[in-house]
Design a protein around this ligand. Structure first.
Ligand SMILES: [Fe+2]
Length: 198
């Protein structure tokens, strides 16, 4: 196991201990097994590593561990095949480090690093898994269909219920978040209003 993965696991465990909302959503997994995962590079990995605007007070170690492990991660192409896929993936990147297809295998949850560059709106989407976002660095505006939008900063969390449509807008700063899934861990997200995408 690469040291960078081990450092990241420690940082994630610390976050679960530090943030009650994470602990309530999902205790840190107890069934972790090491798995080999083929790295899949994404240009956003380099953008994230060079981004000086990912400021944070309390999650410096977690942020730095996510950046350091970035080149080892299997960055996802979830929406690459869609009409807005290339644009979306030029601004939004993610890799999994806890879960089914991750270096730390577990059946109890999935845990992702999410990074979005400034000035992008990631459209409404939904999935059966329940989800919580913990903002680690930067900030973003979170939207849940039918609710007022909220700007989240490091330490803030946002819960999404099963199939509850949600979206994410960055303005002048990027955002890095730790995203956890529980429940249905296999069904992929889909856009809520695909007909509205251009
Ligand atoms: Fe989501």
């Amino acid at each position: 196991m690469n040291d960078r993965w081990a450092t990241l696991l420690d940082a994630a465990r610390d976050a679960h201990a530090l943030v009650p909302a994470l602990q309530e959503f999902c205790p840190f997994p107890t069934d972790i097994r090491e798995q080999s995962v083929a790295a899949h590079h994404d240009p956003l990995c380099d953008a994230m590593a060079n981004d000086t605007r990912l400021t944070t007070d309390h999650f410096t170690a977690f942020r730095d561990a996510l950046i350091a492990a970035g080149p080892l991660g299997q960055w996802r192409d979830t929406y690459r095949h869609t009409s807005i896929g290339e644009v979306l993936h030029a601004h939004f990147g993610t890799y999994e480090f806890l879960g089914r297809d991750a270096p730390f295998g577990t059946d109890q949850m999935r845990g992702f690093m999410v990074y979005q560059t400034p000035g992008y709106h990631y459209p409404m989407h939904h999935h059966p898994a329940e989800e919580i976002y913990l903002v680690l660095a930067g900030e973003a505006e979170f939207h849940v269909e039918g609710q007022d939008s909220r700007v989240l900063r490091p330490g803030d969390t946002q819960f999404h219920d099963t199939n509850q449509p949600h979206a994410l807008t960055t303005h002048n700063t990027p955002v890095m978040a730790y995203v956890l899934w529980r429940g249905d861990l296999t069904t992929k997200p889909v856009f809520t209003h695909p007909e509205a995408l251009t």
